[in-house]
Design a binder for this molecule. Structure first.
Ligand code: BTN
Length: 294
């Protein structure tokens, strides 16, 4: 514990009692060779309430951009729209990174799309026994990564702004949960038809540390590109990793539900949906349901 609270809420868990692929610091540090996510900014905990919450505390205390918080298990993992994120020990990946981009707060959702692109590339690059695993990830707006039409990973972006008028970002926490090795029975019952793990599709257990190293490398790559060239290349890559455009969709908003056809991502990263009456609606935040999804 370092005074921030929330680490190991149920007492000390010895790191040597963790599964061999746990991304503990001694394993990860040699894999973090320069770039944004450096060894001296890596924080691993056997148990946290939420890596997003802990990373936000670190950021408020001045943690540098590129700080990484990982837990083997979360007791209060958070999902989008106030949902919880099931986070059992020893199976999956729960990671949050601190970013301090010079951008408008209203564009922060673009970082969710960025994390999705990084995830898609990290999953596509996976190998099993030295051979490409040939997984075919697909992005679903705004924050899901799918394999075989089921959710394999999700992104939760939370931010703090710095001016009185909340225009600029002080820090953003990009939290990523990946179902790496969880078997179907490890998911909450309500999610068993809609969630899947990398290992189930690859038909082989995967090493969480190696996957995390690949994911951080992709985040570094795409964040660098975003800071240099803006959202346009990222938008194009997001669309290349998604089959959403052209699909019939149902949209669930806080205020209404409607059906239509996904048409595009606009220049800000919002989803454009054409309703049956031809009206084009710009979806800023909400749930997208594909055919067959409930
Ligand atoms: C979603 O799909 O609803 C987003 C899920 C994000 C879960 C991750 S796990 C690591 C980080 N810490 C949290 O509490 N949540 C995110």
């Amino acid at each position: 514990m370092n005074g921030l609270g929330g680490a190991n809420p149920e007492g000390v868990v010895a790191e040597d009692s963790l599964a061999p692929d746990a991304p503990v610091a001694p394993v990860m540090l040699p894999l973090l060779t320069g770039g944004l996510f450096r060894a001296d900014r890596y924080h691993f905990f056997p148990v946290l309430d939420s890596t997003n919450r802990y990373a936000a505390l670190l950021a408020q205390e001045g943690a540098e951009e590129g700080s990484v918080v990982v837990a083997d298990r979360q007791t209060e993992g958070r999902g989008r729209l106030g949902r919880s994120w099931s986070s059992p020990a020893g199976l999956n990946l729960y990671v949050s990174v601190v970013l301090r981009p010079a951008m408008r707060a209203r564009d922060a959702a673009q970082l969710t799309l960025l994390a999705g692109v990084a995830l898609a590339h990290a999953v596509a690059a996976l190998s099993v026994d030295g051979r490409p695993a040939l997984l075919q990830p697909e992005l679903k707006w705004p924050n899901d990564l799918l394999l075989q039409g089921r959710k394999v990973a999700g992104v939760l972006t939370e931010m703090r702004t710095c001016t009185e008028r909340n225009e600029r970002i002080r820090h953003v926490i990009v939290g990523i949960g990946v179902n790496v090795n969880g078997a179907p029975e490890t998911f909450p019952e309500a999610l068993r038809d809609t969630a899947i793990s990398l290992a189930t599709v690859a038909r082989s257990p995967l090493d969480r540390s190696l996957f995390l190293a690949g994911l951080l490398a992709q985040l570094d790559r795409w964040y660098g590109r975003f800071c240099q060239d803006g959202f346009a290349p990222l938008r194009a890559e997001w669309l290349a990793c998604s089959r959403l455009v052209g699909q019939p969709v149902r949209i669930r908003l806080a205020s209404e539900n409607f059906s239509g056809q996904a048409m595009a991502l606009d220049a800000d990263g919002c989803l454009l949906v054409q309703r049956a009456n031809g009206m084009l609606t710009r979806v800023v935040a909400g749930d997208v349901l594909l055919p067959g999804e409930r």
